[in-house]
Design a protein around this ligand. Sequence first.
Ligand SMILES: O=C(O)CCC(=O)C(=O)O
Ligand SMILES: [Fe+2]
Length: 783
Amino acid sequence: MAPFELKIQPPQTNYSPLPSFYFPLPAVPPQAAPSAPAQTAPPPVVAPPTPPSSTSSTSPAPPPTASPDSLVVQLPVSQQGGLHIQQIISQPPQSGVPQHATSQSDTVQSDIIQDTTTGVDIAEVDTAVLDAQPSRKRAASEANASQPELKKTKTGTQQSASADGDFLKDTQGKFISFGEPEIWAEQRQQLCETLHHYRAHEAGVYQKNRIAYGLYIDAGVSPKDYFDNDIIITTLGGGKAKDDNGQVQRVRDHAIVGRNDTAFRNSVEKLQTILVIVGKKNTNCPVKLKHNFNILGHYHITAMWYDKSDTCCWMVKLQRVDTTTQPWYSIKGSTHTSLPLSVAPSQVCESCSQSTEQIYEEEWFCMTPGCTSYFKRGGVKIDARDYHYSQAFLSARSQFMGEVPVAVAPYLPDVTAGTPFTEAVINNFKQGFVCSVCGCCGRQKHWKHWACENEHCGATFPLRHEPMSIDEAKSEPEGRLKRQKDFSKLFTPIDQHMEGAYEVTKYSFPDEDGSIIGFVAVYKSTDKVNRHKNGADGLFTELSTMEEGDFHLERKAARAAGSIVEKLTQQFTRNYGATYKFIVRTESQSFSTAPDPILRVLKRCTWASEQAVNRHGGLYEVPNELLALGYTQSGEMGWHDDGEKTVGQTVASMSLGGRSTMHFRPKATTTLFGPPKRTGVKSPILQFTLEHGDMMVMHGSDIQKLYEHCVYSYGKRRYALTCRTMIFDKMVAEEEKQHAMESGTIPDHAEEFNYDGDADLATGVKPASKSKAVRKTGKAVQA
Ligand SMILES: O=C(O)CCC(=O)C(=O)O
Ligand SMILES: [Fe+2]
């Protein structure tokens, strides 16, 4: 192993690592031990924090509400029962005496529920406790009265051995929960679009700028994981692979400084809470969970250590920020008791001088990775695979000293009131809301209304899109301007000319032999053209103010429709004319009922594509389909091609509102712009900007075969309206063909929207026609 000092240098982190890999963290022992016997309930948790244990002296467990000869410690909630049980330590720890020595020799500090060596059964314990603490009598006896039979697992957790007692179980043997999650979701995207602290579409840990904010735990519970009302101990992800039986197993050690542990360490340093979400496949959670994603609430990190079983892995101990209330995920019928602030005993390692809390009941040893005594006793390796967490460790409680986020997620205002709220508010909430009726995290699926995604709820809410000036639509929130590197124009424009009032830049696309297979032409509009009657300004305003029934944009499933990992497109879409099924299955609205602005855009794109194709000398096909896209804030359409088999040669689009950048790159497997790549992607070769009123024509089916494109949208609101030609003869199903032909027929009244390119508005300054070869293909290209 490399020297420890070298390993602790975190790669390019903005935050210095904490001095030790193991933190007692800002554990808060109670204020000075009261002199009176412990006859009253513990005081509310108000004690100020104390610094982490000194590295130069041992830190005996501070006595929470100690009595001179009988120390009563409330143990943590049981694994299954959500119950607090009581433990008697017959002798309080002596100041200056290493606590592990005490616990080895003269204490009865072990799990009293099960520990046969003490000869104390649970009833005796409670009698003793209750005698000493009359004021706690009722709560404790209630807890006991409903205590299920418990057995201890190897990490010190208590598991229910029976389904008895007053506790309700469902048919699968899981306990019924005391309450219901206030916030939940069935699909990961619902969660990621709604919560501030969990936006991890793939991973279990959500981190941003190397700070952890959220944690999702589901199946894949490790033997040393632990779960009770207040404490969760979990293994940080990574280093797992499927074994021969298809079971996911840990196969590799975690790096001593890895991604997740660094993020958690930074969270500690930044006093950041961790939002914990539990999936219904988590076998450690004692109660039945109804949803795929159940939000437990805010926790804080109270310990982290580099554990060693078959492999080495980072473990984290999280404590509920507010332990005073009974959590919804405790067992129905159980009683929750808030434990007093305390820390577990710790010792300083003689080899590395680092202080380590005693985690395992069996013994203390150094847990500082890199230390010569790490997981060793007297130089001999310790096998802690079957060790149990010590009760003092599990019952330690510390006060969170940071700021607790006021809300886990934005709630939709009272949906029953029906008052729409503004786009500014919508944008603040990104795209998701928690339904104020049922608590389901919901994505904004519809452009102008919000509908709860819980099919049993049905709550809806209007979202008002305020009238917006073009300038406002174009304005970009801070921090969004530099989203993309500016790819140098490897792809030299080969032709610039005027077409009507538009300055056109045409880029010819080569195939692998250097022959031209098509082009992309950008039609640059002007303010004059945009302001002109029925121009881009008017079209933008009309589309923005149309009733939802006339212009109903919605987000459709782009991936894994209906599943837990379903992903909706970022854009809101609506298909007009012949059915276009590429990328997203959309229902199409016939052109005969399409609103006028849609037909006007269709006619403008028709003009642009006709001019471009005729000039180029290709087969011109009249568009019979229009896909309208709406973007709120910035968004993107990822890399794709438009090559569906029923689509014709030409694609033409018009942009309204915010600007966008369109990018092209060769497909990885082509020999274009460099040798084919078996893995990875090729770099973009062309990028241009489309502004309000600009149009784009892309012609040549082979472009779709050899290249792909993506679009980044900016500004507060943007519409992209893209027209294509569906080739009816390529449609196999007769029904589909008939439907496409009918809905793609352009109504007679659209004649009045025919467009001539506003030639009369042209500035008269013609750009000099340029003609250059495309570089980098190795072959010259003629225009
Ligand atoms: O302009 C846009 O936003 C995306 C257009 C596009 O690539 C498409 O609709 O396929
Ligand atoms: Fe496209």
